[in-house]
Design a protein around this ligand. Structure first.
Ligand code: GLN
Length: 530
């Protein structure tokens, strides 16, 4: 197995995850089997308990692991199937090492960062070797060079590369080459210093991926090469992409990144055939029409909080020759000013997942607006619960209907805790998580959209539709078109008296890819266009 490590320098948010995923795309298109992994230096065991406004969305895997959003890029850009082994945090490393220490596995030794923590990290990097499923592992290290908490990971990589040799493991450093307006120049010093920091701890990057606003001229490349001790052919320009992140692999291919990596790792493969990818990107970047979609949420300040949803809308737009004009609406503003001003001009309304009661009344108003004005509506997870509450209150006349998550003493708990959640006290990894099957009702909108009777989708929730209200709501026109196979959990609801209204208890956004948009998003965009 060959190993590629990806670190980042100078600042955060450089798109390390995108760079790793894009390299994965290119290598896959050369016929190699790729696996991607993320090592996160923070102490949380997983990002499941973190606020989306701080950390971006929590990406859920099929096996129920709650992971960093970069794993979403990995799954969208490549075919690799990820599991909880693909996201390792310092929290997990320490948890494992301390459990071993308590069991007495270290036989009386003093337990230390080197070698015990670093050994544990290396064993998690090595763990993919035995599966025989991949030719190459790309491991991204979260954080920025110079962070104290990242040091054990970098030390583990140093040891690892030494053990397997430079022909089997290389280091790519993603860095920033800022343009300073006053000087009218690109500056290489931050990159020089960031690479110097790596060299101080015994790591020499083989390749520099330079994020920049302006083209890297030869003199800048020469300087980077000289001061950072990499050959000039290994200085890769990664200019800000103009229209779509899916252009990134194409840009890196033009710069020769995949070719260089294969040379360094002695991999003899054909060049990457990116023709189909190019076509997909072309349709995303050059649509002949536009559609305006409102996403009504509460984590609106941060682009990353609903990452997979925005990406899924973009994939579906591409498939329908349509650009998606996103209108990100703050649910609390709807509460203050009403739905009309924000939603009257949109062609589709989406209410995404979420936790806690802030903004829920605004989301309920948005669902009502969509229902009453016959605007295509897609509710996701909390979005389904919101649509249920709205229907209960305003169609079934169940005054004060609510979810017990927002109002524990509501007179009509149309959304309530899942039975097996009642005894749960801990917050980490304790929801109904991961891929679960659902059966679809024949002739329902859901059945038509999926074109099949059984589906499997990823979940992340504690609350559910309260079956005690099923009949009353169905009588008034709510359609329960998807349930768990035993019929006990409502998975999808629709509205009989609406042309396109569907809300799901799961997260379809985790299964959409640029070449294969998720059918729910695809049809949502189609309905919104018409
Ligand atoms: N807060 C809701 C629940 O726990 C919805 C969760 C979500 O949208 N992911 O059921």
């Amino acid at each position: 197995m060959k190993y590629i490590f990806v670190t980042g320098g100078v600042v955060s948010s450089l798109g390390k995850g995108l760079a790793a995923a894009s390299l994965g795309t290119l290598l896959e298109h050369r016929g190699l089997r790729v696996m991607l992994q993320k090592l996160d230096p923070y102490l949380n065991v997983d990002p499941g308990t973190m606020n989306p406004l701080q950390h971006g969305e929590v990406y859920v895997l099929a096996d129920g692991a709650e992971t960093d959003l970069d794993l979403g890029h990995y799954e969208r850009f490549t075919k690799c199937e990820l599991t909880r082994d693909n996201n390792l945090t310092s929290g997990q490393v320490y948890e494992t090492v301390l459990a071993k220490e308590r069991r007495g596995d270290y036989l009386g030794k003093t337990v230390q960062v080197i070698p015990h923590i670093t050994d544990e990290i290396k064993s998690r990097i090595r763990s993919f070797e035995q599966t025989g499923k991949a030719d190459i592992l790309i491991t991204e290290i979260g954080g920025t060079t110079g962070d104290i908490e990242g040091l054990p990971f970098l030390e583990a990589i140093r040891q690892f590369i030494l053990q397997v040799g430079h022909e089997n493991a290389i280091l790519l450093h993603v860095t920033l080459v800022p343009y300073i307006k006053a000087a009218g120049e690109l500056k290489t010093k931050p990159t020089q210093q960031s690479v110097a920091k790596l060299r101080e701890i015994g790591l020499q990057p083989e390749v520099l991926i330079c994020r920049t606003e302006k083209p890297l001229e030869t003199d800048v490349r020469e300087k980077l090469s000289l001061y950072c001790n990499v050959p000039i052919s290994s200085v890769i320009e990664a200019r800000d992409v103009e229209s779509s992140i899916y252009e990134f692999p194409l840009m890196l291919q033009t710069e020769g990144l995949d070719e260089k990596v294969c040379q360094l790792l002695h991999l003899d493969t054909r060049p990457a055939d990116m023709e189909r990818w190019k076509m997909v990107v072309h349709s995303i970047v050059n649509p002949s029409r536009q559609v305006k979609i409102a996403v009504v949420g509460k984590y609106v300040e941060l682009q990353d909080a609903y990452k997979s949803i925005y990406e899924s809308l973009c994939h579906a737009g591409g498939a329908n020759d349509c650009g998606v004009d996103l209108e990100i609406v703050d649910a609390e503003q709807i509460e203050a000013e009403g739905a009309e001003i924000f939603l009257s001009g949109v062609s589709g309304i989406l209410v995404p997942g979420g936790f806690g009661d802030r903004g829920t009344e605004g989301k309920i108003a948005a669902a009502r607006y969509a229902r009453e004005n016959k605007i295509p509506f897609l509710g996701i997870c909390l979005g389904m619960q919101i649509a249920t509450i709205e229907f209960a209150r305003n169609v079934c006349g169940l005054e004060g209907a609510n979810s017990t998550e927002f109002e524990p003493t509501t007179p009509h708990a149309v959304i309530a805790l899942l039975d097996d959640q009642r005894e749960v006290t801990g917050k980490g990894g304790s929801m109904r998580l991961g891929s679960w099957p659902a059966l679809l009702k024949p002739d329902s909108l859901a059945h038509r959209i999926y074109g099949q009777a059984e589906i499997a989708e990823r979940h992340r929730h504690r609350y559910e539709f309260n079956n005690a209200y099923r009949e009353r709501m169905e009588e008034k026109g709510l359609v329960i078109s998807g349930t768990s196979p035993d019929g006990s959990l409502v998975e999808i609801i629709e509205n009989r008296d609406h042309p396109w209204f569907i809300a799901v208890q799961f997260h379809p956004e985790f299964l959409s890819k640029p070449e294969a948009p998720h059918p729910l998003f695809d049809e949502f965009i189609r309905a919104s266009i018409s």
